[in-house]
Design a protein around this ligand. Structure first.
Ligand code: SF4
Length: 186
């Protein structure tokens, strides 16, 4: 069903948080690293000149996709010619952070596993194992970002050579969702 124009996407709930046993996803030392379903075998190379900042190496895109701010998933869906609901169900997961004692839920592109499949079912809330492990963003093509013009807030502002305080934190982004929810529901 398509989304009426102008209606902001809301995250309604946890929608069956996919719970997985850690033993199912941990690498099996006896069987070798190929049994590890996640992308963990490439260590980031040292930046050749940190003064240049982002030189589009794609390190962050191959580690942990950035978080969307409110309204941005709709814009990214539009760029791909998709309805927002369909876009979320095909490409995004729901992450979560506690802010001032309240669980705030936020959209992010799904990570792929080392075989190129989605590392979690999309449209659902991630679990701790997914959050902790690295994976390539579903929108990373090797040439760059498939939704670059509408990439997430965190992707547009994060620079790997910045001091942590100069990059947006997940708390900063979660607070944007809190503010949007308050403005949407006075
Ligand atoms: S959305 Fe684009 S910029 Fe952000 S992590 Fe994915 S590929 Fe990289």
């Amino acid at each position: 069903m398509s989304q009426p124009p102008g209606r902001p996407l809301r995250i309604f709930g946890r929608e069956e948080a996919a719970t997985r046993k850690i033993a199912d996803a941990e690498p099996n030392a006896a069987q070798g690293p190929d049994t590890n379903p996640y992308w963990l075998d490439e260590e980031p190379q040292e930046h050749p000149n940190p003064e240049l900042g982002c030189i589009r190496r794609g390190i962050c895109c191959r580690s942990s996709p950035g978080w969307f701010a409110p309204g941005e998933a709709e814009a990214a869906a539009e760029q791909l010619g998709m309805a927002p609901d369909a876009f979320v169900r095909k490409f995004l997961v729901v992450d979560q952070l506690e802010v001032d004692g309240v669980a705030v839920q936020v959209f992010a592109p799904v990570k792929l596993d080392r075989f190129g499949a989605r590392a979690m079912p999309t449209g659902r809330q991630v679990d701790g194992l997914y959050r902790a492990l690295r994976g390539v963003c579903v929108f990373f093509t090797g040439d760059g970002c498939r939704i670059y013009a509408a990439r997430p807030y965190e992707c547009a502002r994060y620079v790997c050579t910045n001091a942590p305080a100069d990059n947006p934190s997940h708390e900063d982004i979660a607070r944007l969702w809190v503010q949007a929810a308050a403005a949407d529901d006075p």
